[in-house]
Write a protein that binds this ligand. Sequence first.
Ligand code: ADP
Ligand code: ADP
Length: 229
Amino acid sequence: MITLKNIEKVYRTSSIETLALTNINLDIRPGEFISIMGPSGCGKSTLMNLMGLLDAPSQGNVEIGGQAVTHYRDKELAQLRNQKIGFIFQSFHLINDLSVLDNVEIPLLYRKGDSTGLSRRELAKQALERVGLSNRMKHFPNQLSGGQKQRVAIARAIVGRPDIILADEPTGNLDSAMGNEIMAILQQLNADGSTIVMVTHDESMAKKTHRLVRLFDGSMVGDSVLQTV
Ligand code: ADP
Ligand code: ADP
C-alpha cells in the first residue's frame, strides 16, 4: 500500500545540511496497522510527510497503492493525497469557527463528485456516526473535550474514504482513558480495511498495532511484527 525504497532525505538551508532520513526501505501492506517510534528529532515527522506526499525525498522512491509518484507534479500529488490519504494530528487541527459537521466536510470541498451519490452533508454525518459523535454535529470544537475533538478529526480524515490513515501522535494530547478510546476507534477502522501508520511515544499504544518500526538518528533500527494481519 505504501512502499519506500532507498529513501534519503536531506534538509538544506543556506548554511546547514541535515540528514533527516537515510537508507529507509519499508513496505506497508494493505490492512496493516503499523506504529513508528523513536526519540525526538529521529525523523518520524519527515517520514510521515514523505508517506503523505507532503514532501519529496532527496533520493529514492515512494509508491502509493503501487503507483510510483516520483515524477508526479504537485497537482497530481494533491489529487492522489486527497483520494487515498487521511491525516490525523496530535493537536487536532480543527477550525474553531466551523461546526463539527462543517469541519468534517472540509476534505470533500476539494472533490468534484462522489461515487456514492451522497451529499457532502450525508457523508460527513456517516463519518461522525462511525466515530460515535452523531450527537455533537452542531457543536463547535471548543465545546468538546479533547477526546471528542480527536474523534472529529478522525471523522474528517475518513470522510473521503481513504485507503490510508496517517496519524501523528493521535493520543499525545489525551489522558489514557481518552487515548484508549481513540485507539479503539483506529483499531476498528483498521479492522474495516484501512491501512494505518501511527507515530507514538506510548509503548502501550504501539503494542496494540501489527508492527513496530523504530527510528534512530534517521535510520530504521527496528522492524518487528507484533501481530499478523
Ligand atoms: P521527529 O519527528 O522524529 O522529531 P523530524 O522528522 O521532525 O523528527 O526531524 C528530523 C531531523 O530533521 C531533525 O534533525 C530536524 O531538526 C530536521 N528537520 C526537520 N524539518 C526540517 C526542516 N524543515 N528544515 C531543516 N531541518 C529539518
Ligand atoms: P470530558 O470529561 O470527557 O473531558 P468535558 O467535561 O470536557 O468532557 O465535557 C463533557 C461534555 O460537555 C462533553 O460531551 C462536551 O461535548 C460538553 N461540553 C464541554 N464543554 C462545553 C461547552 N463549553 N459548551 C457546550 N458543551 C460543552
